[in-house]
Design a protein. Structure first.
Length: 45
């Protein structure tokens, strides 16, 4: 049987990392975090 190991290239790894970091940064700057925390606070009480 053929055994393959797929690896990400460095360019693809850096691109994916930068996309995820950009999304995380945008999420922290938006008001969505406070809305989610408020919903969890209402749901837990």
């Amino acid at each position: 049987m053929l055994d393959l190991q797929l690896r990400y290239s460095r360019v693809e790894f850096c691109f994916r990392l930068s996309c995820h970091l950009t999304a995380l940064f945008a999420l922290t700057l938006s008001d969505l975090v406070s809305v989610i925390l408020a919903l969890f606070g209402i749901g837990s009480s």
